[in-house]
Design a protein around this ligand. Structure first.
Ligand code: ZN
Length: 321
């Protein structure tokens, strides 16, 4: 049987899947990620776990169509190199595709987790196979993946599609993890919403969020919950985050003119409450022709998006046409 091996490797667990050539899932499971000894056990463990399924599913790893790997760090896609990864305890460059190929005897391809999630949603989820799709993942940070002409945008050094670092807060009020100020991530992620609530707390003394802000325990979920109960500070924060997202999206729209913006990640669980606000601001900002035939939708594959995308990497980039 010709199968595709797919792994979405995270800091605490690896989601593994076996797919057929048409990206139909045959079996999926999870293993814990062992990040000890500078992450040197991660790929051998993933490989061993694929091997453990050979007999029951009737395939051979070395005869598979290839292995797709998603990893939570910056990747040089052309060379298959991970440029260090804090979450996996990997320091310095690591030649992921070569290492996995030597372990397994099958070809391997690697990309960062945000890109593979975008590819999964584009091909098998909310993107319905549309060739122009942008995924925005709202979690602790703002992750993203841009697909244009059916292909992931990587750019010269892999920074293409890093939409969390589009500058939108021109006052640069908050420092970003990248070292710069004013990035989308600083005002629209879970962290960004907490930043905004703290910044504007004095203007809304009677907010239900006040105590948590003073204690430093405020979460984006508390902000969302309070906003839906019409707390003025929380409503203001969500409106601002939505406006900043719309600013970034309107810029992206005149570059790739996407048919779908797909929202995923924890913050996006607010669903239409958030996307309705984003759409309202987007429509006031956007170059009018780019707004036509553009839909804002919620991700459909949940935690499986990265695994589907990793399988898709193999089909799209590894299997010789
Ligand atoms: Zn940044």
């Amino acid at each position: 049987m010709s199968v595709i091996l797919a792994a979405d490797i995270g800091g605490t667990s690896c989601k593994l899947g076996i797919f057929d050539e048409e990206i139909n899932l045959i079996e999926k499971w999870e293993i814990p990620t062992d990040i000890s000894e500078e992450g040197s056990h991660i790929l051998p463990n993933v490989h061993d776990s694929f091997r453990s399924k050979e007999e029951s599913l009737g395939f051979k790893v070395e005869e598979s169509l290839g292995a797709g790997l998603g990893m939570p760090g910056p990747v040089d896609f052309e060379k298959g190199i991970l440029n260090g990864c804090i979450n996996l305890n990997i320091k310095g460059k690591s030649s992921i595709s070569t290492i996995f190929h030597e372990l397994s005897g099958t070809a391997a391809i690697v990309d960062n987790d945000a890109n593979v999630a975008a590819l999964g949603e584009q091909s098998k989820g909310a993107g319905h196979g549309h060739s122009e799709v942008v995924m925005i993942t709202l979690g602790t940070g703002v992750g993203g993946g841009v697909i244009s002409g059916g292909s992931l945008i990587h750019g010269t050094g892999g920074s293409g599609g890093e939409i969390g670092h589009i500058k939108v807060d021109f006052d640069g009020r908050f420092q970003c993890n990248c070292g710069k100020r004013g990035c989308l991530e600083t005002v629209a992620s879970a962290t960004g919403m907490v930043n905004l609530a703290g910044y504007h707390a004095e203007d809304y003394e009677h907010s239900v969020l006040s105590a948590a802000i003073k204690e430093g325990t405020l979460t984006s979920k508390a902000i969302m919950d309070a906003a839906m109960k019409e707390d003025p500070l929380a409503e203001f924060v969500v409106e601002e985050a939505a406006r900043y997202l719309a600013v970034a999206m309107s810029s992206i729209s005149v570059i790739t003119n996407p048919g779908y913006f797909i929202f995923g990640g924890g913050v996006s669980r607010a669903g239409e409450y958030l996307t309705d606000k984003v759409r309202k601001h987007y429509d006031t900002l956007i170059f009018p022709p780019a707004a036509e035939d553009m839909e804002i939708v919620m991700a459909e594959l949940g935690n499986d998006a990265g695994m589907y995308g990793a399988a898709r990497l193999v089909k799209q980039y590894l299997i010789k046409k």
